[in-house]
Design a protein. Structure first.
Length: 442
């Protein structure tokens, strides 16, 4: 939707609300519901203020210590949401509503460097300096439950009813059970201006996936955030719940496989420049462990990495090999790699930033690509391993010279603190597993 089209819709009375949204550290949309007239009259030109704690809280919105940009001592002052009018789109599942994503700046002008969207913008700018652009696709898996979000809460997330009671991977019969919901999500995202390609069942009970057209990296991240939020809203409206938790139970986890390639003014690069492709992919291998924090940001994220689970455990690449962390697919202009490390709980802006920073390191350092792995990567015990815990990933990110060069000290410190907050919260929690193991028998 263009700004002129929005003005026409407001004048015609078909749009009355604009969602002005930023993406927080957890990849969630946060912001304000504005009257459309106020958005047009004031916010388009001047932006809208929001509390800077939106980039300094945990998943429960608790104010926590350790962030330089936002604290009680600094008064939790405002920052500015600056509308990116290129992101205006309808929200068909909410009456009379459009959404506009925002960049984040301080009131006196400079960008807020810890904002995920600004982090990705800076990595894209590094590519642009070389005449390159990035294209990506994020494949999000999720679980569908017949319980509402409120019912799941009151049940303590126990004894929930998955929408399918068996593995429906590629099953047309099994997915038909959930098609009214999935069809509504597909059609709603299409009406919102996204290019939906398909949906399919997955392995875990009630697990599904909807896929979108491969496109430029910033648009992919933006649409990922809008889709994830919208899919939850639509499910709630249908009396159901979707979960993007990385590992809900001991069956297969929910992933976010990221397909990635570079292009220049002549088109896709990876099929035309073998040396560039090899160095970029070598950078992925070299930096994967130290960048895992940006692909797996939560305690639960690391439960996915289990042998023969379709989630990777070895740092390796292969041709169309789903046991590897990095899977190379496509030919000619469609040649790309798929990063299989990320879970459905990742922040797409941060994950894509990690891929770009790693690839540029590979190019600048002239790294050589090792031979592809043939066979089962799970059986390769002598290979470097994907970090097994959030604490391991945190320490690797903290010691990464590549991360500090690519993102800057302020950003690295900010996301290390986010990891520390998650670790401390989990350390303080007592789990059901501990009750079962120790209530009587210890």
């Amino acid at each position: 939707m263009t700004l002129d089209e929005l003005r026409d819709a407001v004048a015609a009375g078909t749009v009355d609300t604009v969602l002005l949204a930023m993406t927080d550290m957890q990849g969630r949309l946060q912001g304000k519901r504005l009257t459309a007239t106020h958005f047009l009259d004031e916010v388009v030109e001047h932006g809208a203020e929001s509390c800077n704690y939106l980039l300094a809280v945990d998943v429960d919105m608790r104010t926590v210590d350790g962030y330089d940009m936002s604290s009680w001592e600094r008064g939790y002052s405002d920052m500015l949401l600056v509308p990116d009018l290129d992101t205006l789109r309808a929200v068909p599942w909410q009456e009379g509503t459009v959404v506009c994503l925002a960049d984040v700046a301080w009131l006196d002008g400079p960008e807020v460097v810890a904002s995920p969207r600004q982090i990705l913008r800076r990595q894209l700018a590094r590519l642009a300096e070389r005449g390159w652009t990035a294209n990506a696709g994020t494949e999000l898996e999720f679980l569908v439950f017949l319980d509402t979000y409120e019912e799941a809460w009151h049940k303590g997330y126990r004894d929930l009813r998955p929408a399918n009671l068996y593995n429906v991977d590629y099953s047309l019969l099994g997915t038909a059970r959930v098609e009214p919901l999935i069809r509504r999500i597909r059609n709603s995202m299409t009406a919102a201006g996204m290019v939906v390609e398909d949906s399919k069942g997955e392995c875990n009970f009630g697990q599904h996936e909807i896929n979108f057209r491969y496109t430029d990296a910033l648009r992919t991240a933006d649409e990922h955030a809008v889709y994830k939020n919208g899919a939850k809203e639509i499910a709630a409206d249908e009396g159901m719940a979707l979960s993007f938790i990385a590992k809900f139970d001991q069956r297969e986890g929910s992933s976010c496989h990221i397909h990635f390639s570079l292009a220049d003014e002549q088109g896709p690069l990876f099929g035309r420049d073998q040396g560039l492709f090899d160095s970029f992919l070598a950078g992925q291998l070299a930096c994967l462990r130290e960048m895992t924090l940006l692909l797996a940001p939560n305690i639960n994220s690391y439960k996915r990495y289990a042998s023969e689970s379709f989630a990777p455990t070895a740092v390796a690449w292969g041709h169309d090999n789903r046991t590897c962390s990095l899977r190379v697919v496509g030919h000619g202009p469609s040649r790309r790699f798929e990063n299989r490390v990320g879970g459905a709980d990742l922040n797409p802006y941060l994950a894509l930033s990690a891929l770009i920073a790693s690839g540029l390191h590979g190019i600048d350092a002239g790294l050589e690509l090792e031979p592809p792995l043939e066979g089962n990567a799970y059986a390769e015990q002598d290979r470097p391993r994907v970090p097994a815990t959030l604490r391991d990933a945190r320490e690797l990110f903290a010691s990464s010279a590549v991360a500090r060069e690519a993102f800057g000290e302020e950003v690295v410190a900010h996301y290390l603190n986010a990891a520390d907050v998650e670790l401390e919260a989990f350390q303080a929690a007592v789990t059901d597993w501990e009750h079962v193991r120790g209530f009587e028998r210890l």
